[in-house]
Design a protein around this ligand. Structure first.
Ligand SMILES: *Cc1c(COP(=O)(O)O)cnc(C)c1O
Length: 219
């Protein structure tokens, strides 16, 4: 199958998921995850009208997205991988949404850089819903306090929450937990669901899904 066919398939499944959940058409944003793929592999998706992309590494993104953004200025780029504080300046300069605010140190570094550069990427907090030791993210119980710290102490507006459920578990309860935490914190955006489970995530209220291999193929 060609990229365009796979992209259309994902789009129609998203539309079906919205319909099934009784949600408005277009209420779920597709973030096409292009990590590991080169600019030439990404261009057909842009030609097919895709404008929102996700990447997990700052350095890799710097190698391909400045040119692609110059060709197509209305691209919206999401950072969905862990961010080190020495890369905060680069991330603020390149990304439109940073989905992986996962600790106080990085929140402080982002606040400082946003002030310095006068650029305001939208921010989501990553939640470790499965409390996995190897995975980044704020623990569910600590989420309200962390969001309050970001907002009140650091002056950051937090637009969303993001999670990556444990690979071997049923994702539904993790998506439900993320939605509950978002309501509790007064946060509107919910980034959840990947190639294997985005339809489930839509049923639980995802406002964006991060889909890579179902569009670009295996990595
Ligand atoms: C790679 C990645 C995705 C996309 O995964 P697929 O299974 O290829 O759809 C989504 N979210 C994050 C955080 C990722 O790192």
């Amino acid at each position: 199958m060609e990229l365009q066919e796979r992209l259309n398939e994902v789009r129609s499944r998203i539309a079906a998921g919205e319909h099934e959940a009784g949600r408005p058409t277009g209420s779920v944003q597709l973030v096409a995850v292009s990590k590991t793929f080169e600019a030439d592999a990404i261009r057909p998706a842009i030609e097919a009208g895709q404008r929102v992309f996700g990447e997990n590494r700052v350095q890799e993104s710097q190698g391909k997205w400045p040119d692609l953004k110059a060709e197509q200025p209305d691209i919206e780029l999401h950072l969905i991988g862990p961010l080190q504080s020495n890369k905060a300046a680069d991330a603020v300069a390149l990304f439109d949404v940073i989905e992986t605010v996962d600790r106080e140190k990085i929140a402080r570094a982002l606040a400082e850089e946003m002030k310095r550069q006068g650029r305001t990427p939208r921010l989501y907090v990553q939640i470790n819903t499965g409390l996995e030791p190897q995975k980044a993210g704020i623990a569910p119980d600590d989420t309200p306090a962390f969001v309050t710290l970001c907002r009140e102490e650091l002056g950051l507006s937090i637009d969303g929450l993001m999670c990556i459920p444990p690979a071997e578990e049923n994702p539904g309860p993790h998506f439900a937990l993320l939605a509950k935490l978002a309501r509790k914190c007064g946060v509107e955006k919910l980034s959840m669901g990947m190639s294997g489970d985005y339809e489930t995530a839509i049923a639980f209220g995802a406002t964006s899904v991060r889909v890579g291999s179902a569009i670009f193929g295996a990595r």
